[in-house]
Design a protein around this ligand. Sequence first.
Ligand SMILES: Cc1cc2nc3c(=O)[nH]c(=O)nc-3n(C[C@H](O)[C@H](O)[C@H](O)COP(=O)(O)OP(=O)(O)OC[C@H]3O[C@@H](n4cnc5c(N)ncnc54)[C@H](O)[C@@H]3O)c2cc1C
Length: 383
Amino acid sequence: MSDNIPHVLVLGGGFGGLSAANEIRKYLPSSQVKITVIDKKNWFMVGFAKLWIIKGTRTFENSTGSLSELTKKNIDYLNEEILSVDLENKKVATTTQSLSYDFLIIAMGAVLAPEKIPGLNENGLNLYDYRQAEQIHDKILELKSGKIAISIMGMPYKCPPAPFEASLIIDSMLREAGTRDSVQIHFYSPAPITLPAAGPEISKQILELISSEKIVFHDSCKIKSVEQNKLVFENSEADFDLLLAVPPHIAPDVIVKTGLAQENNFIPINRDCKTPYENVYAIGDVTTLKVTEKLAVPKAGVFAEGEGLTVAQNIISKIQSKEDNALFDGKGGCFIESGRDTASLIEVDMFSGPEPSTNLTESTAEHLQEKLEFEKDRISKWL
Ligand SMILES: Cc1cc2nc3c(=O)[nH]c(=O)nc-3n(C[C@H](O)[C@H](O)[C@H](O)COP(=O)(O)OP(=O)(O)OC[C@H]3O[C@@H](n4cnc5c(N)ncnc54)[C@H](O)[C@@H]3O)c2cc1C
């Protein structure tokens, strides 16, 4: 403890890290707790804004908030890469510094790993990489005829409905460009249904939604490699003119090296988001929180945010010498834009019973407005 003030170190300034840091600061002033957020990026963007950059209604610049705004709330912000985490000695090394902590929140997200699929980097684009969003926009509009393939290349991946939403947005772009009749959209997933985490009923509704726009869904397609204009699955092949891939997701190497996550896996947590190390918590996409033997909480901003709030409550309780028994409630929702100026909302309650409960709302202009508000609210509340 520095000057008898506890130090909360937050690794990652994304959904989870920003939610936790702000919540702690909301209840405890800087005289009672020092908070530091470390991130190698100096901006925050909600994940779905990437789809608007692809659509062409947004740019990177007008979709981000600056992490340096954190300092206005007396939250220190260090814009450096985290190089190692020493859980035994409670030290985190960045490019230029070594920081000690009393409480550690690991919120470093998932890393996109296209290099795990042979041929992907050479022959396809990464649907989830903000740096490729403008290029994807241009390539979609350049294509006058042929086949666009959207391929999920690993499970779990962030925001399970997002690639379906992307297919609907791409459909709307092609309609507007007048090329939809000559460009096919094919969707390949390793899963047997569209959205396993949302259950068979919602999966059926999502299938109906994309099928109504002539987007063809191919289930159980487990990718092996990508060749020029060809997807090679374990049991079949498919050709394409433009490939938009959701690459495998992995935990950051820095975290694998701590032993908290096994290679090709994430940090296992329970609803209290604690790790085996005292006062060390993990939240968001870097974790796996099992709901049933087969099902985990999906990787999504809303859940990272909720876990951030849980950890914040537990840290506040500990600092105030109260019982730290807050549990993540598992409630959240994800919007799906239809590409026709409306959106629906998938509402989920992951821990409502033996199986999660889910609901898909009607697609309305109001839900699309709520989606815009969701983004505005997070950026103005956190930064
Ligand atoms: C296209 C798309 C659409 C999406 N739509 C939705 C949606 O509608 N609703 C929803 O809830 N979620 C959505 N998501 C998912 C959402 O963006 C993620 O689940 C969420 O960002 C996870 O939050 P997190 O805090 O765990 O990780 P992140 O937000 O990824 O934050 C992790 C942070 O850690 C930093 N970091 C990692 N390693 C290091 C290091 N070594 N040194 C320094 N910094 C490091 C990163 O720079 C990053 O800022 C979408 C995602 C995508 C890609």
